[in-house]
Structures are given as structure tokens and as C-alpha cells.
Design a protein around this ligand. Sequence first.
Ligand code: ATP
Ligand code: MG
Length: 354
Amino acid sequence: MNQFKEDNFYKEKNIASKFQIKGTPITIERYGCGHINTTYLVKTDKNKRYILQRISDAFDVKILMDNISAVLKFTSENINDERGSMKLVKTLDGKNFYSDSTGNYRVYEFVEGSVCLQTAENKSDFYECAVAFGKFQKMLEDFPAETLGEPLKNFHNTIDRYRLFKEAITNDVMGRAKLVKEEIDFALSHEKDGSILQKMRELGELPIRVTHNDTKLNNVLLDEKTHKALCVIDLDTVMPGLAAYDFGDSIRFGAATAAEDEKDLSKMTINLDLYHTFAKGFLDSCDLTEKEIETLPLGAKTMALECGVRFLTDYLNGDTYFATHYEGQNLDRCRTQFKLVSEMEKHFDEMRLL
Ligand code: ATP
Ligand code: MG
């Protein structure tokens, strides 16, 4: 081991040993493709494996870890399959996370025999991704969702998103509003539609569920041999919300036919086959009310619209929130999302056939 690696190993070994793990760490290596937290795989001399994560400083660690630990306690007590839920490993003094001058850390048991895919290899992987999120919803149907904290305030509050958008138009700090009149008009003409779910939520017309809010394929673990859904991971953004948010965001991301910043908008539409594949996986594995099911297509449209409005807001504000790699990337992202909204509107009758 070179000196640098060795120093790091002892630092992380020291951190891992603050948790109730079985055995002494023999190797600790960076692991996976996550972008938010720093993830390590810990192997011990008792042949056990763990995931150690340095939690991103962007989060309020207390809210986050209280949420995660409450949710995982509930799911891990309500599973038949050992690998149906992640399990949090407590610190030696029984806490959910460990803090020192280098940051905040947590440990999960490693889900053995699992695979985490970056892209779907076929339609069935996408179906299994939906099953994983559906099972997560189902396992938590009796969990009191309103007791969870909100790590990101007003995350899907579209009414508030529009308020911030209008503020950005008024301030127009970069003088860009005149360049994006068409996009601003599109957003404003969809404001009413975009507010429907939020209003239903405020009127108590839909059940408040535990939502995941980062429903990507790479936040699901599948069985490495059969590719069947095991469990969902990456619970940093778990909070109270509507089933339509998780469903909608999965569709926005997974059933779109073009990349988020594609310039050729003719490439962007909704793949209805993937849409129905996901819907089937989700509905096969959780029990939603009739009214919730009715809101799912609107959830997909609302998530694309909300995302487009957020990109446009950030473009007007001078790209201060989303990382950009070239000038105008947020505008390109906004345009793909708005094109997706228009395409969904064209195919809305087909989307409603659930
Ligand atoms: P993102 O960029 O999606 O926000 P992140 O930085 O929050 O990622 P995670 O998604 O929590 O990180 O985890 C990173 C990777 O570690 C996952 O993609 C997965 O490969 C692996 N992983 C996480 N938890 C477990 C676990 N309990 N068992 C096995 N592998 C895991
Ligand atoms: Mg992840």
C-alpha cells in the first residue's frame, strides 16, 4: 500500500470501527457511481461487507438520518426477503450516524448478490425498477408519512416553483428574459395544469405517502442473477408526498426518448411502451386508490413541467443551482422538458389507459 492509500485506509478504518460492524475492516475502497455522497465498500475479517458513506454536506444530516432510520426500521421489520430492504448499522453508542471533524458518516449492510444498473439493458429491467419503487410504496403504506421531515423544502410544490420562476422573470439579473419569450409563455400557459396536484394535496384529496424523490434505475438493486427487483437505495430525499411524484419522475427520466440536454427537439417524445411497462410494474406491486391511479399521467406531465420551469428559472438567474458544462445548457434542458410536456399532451389519452 502506498503512503497516501495507507493513511486513508486508517482514517476510514477508524471511522468504520465506530459502527456496530462484525469483525475488523481489512479493505476499504471507493465504490459505485454515486455523485452526491462519498461511498466506500468495507470488507471485514469476518467475511462481512458494508457500505460506508460520507454524507454530503449539502444536507441537514439530522433530518435526513432521522427520516432514513425511521423508514428503514419500518421496512426491515416488514420484509420476508432478507434483501427486500437496506439495513442501517448503528454506531457503537446506538446513533444513526457518526460525526467528526472530517464529516458525517453512515453505514449500511451490503446487499449481497445484487447489481446496480446505470442503464436498463432491456425492458424487463425497467419493469423491475418500477416493481422496486412499487414495493417500497407498498411496504410503507401504513407508515405515518407526515412524521417525516422535508430535507428539501417545497420540493414538488409547483405553486412555489412558479412563484420563484416569476421572481426570476421580474429580476431578470442576466437580461436573458427577452431571449426566452417563447419558453416563458409556454411555462405561464401551463401554470394552471401544473398546480392541480399541489392543490389536490393541499385540499387533502390524495393520501400523503412516503416518496423517494430520486427514482432512477441506479437507485435500485436487482438480483445479480435474475435481475429481479430487490430493494431501493439512496434514501436521502425520502419525504412526505404523492405517489404521482415518484411515478411521474420515473417516467420523465426513464421513458423519455432523448437526453435531458438534447438540442434536436425532434428526438424528444415519450416512449409509450416504456411508460406502460413502468406503470404495470408499479401498479402490480403497490395498492393505490382509484383517485391516485387517475393522477399518475398528470404526475408524469407535472414532473416534466416542473423540471422545465426549474431549468428556466435557473437560466434566468444565471445558472446558479444546476451545474452546467456549457453556456445555455439549462435552456436546452428546459426545452427538452417542455417538448416532453407537449408530447405527453398529444398522447394523454393513451397515457390514461392504466
Ligand atoms: P446519487 O448520485 O444517485 O445521488 P449517492 O452518492 O447518493 O448517489 P448511493 O446511490 O446511495 O450514492 O450509493 C452509491 C452506490 O453504492 C450505488 O449506486 C450502489 O452501487 C452502491 N450501494 C449503495 N448502498 C448499497 C447497499 N446497501 N448494498 C450494495 N450496494 C450499495
Ligand atoms: Mg444513487
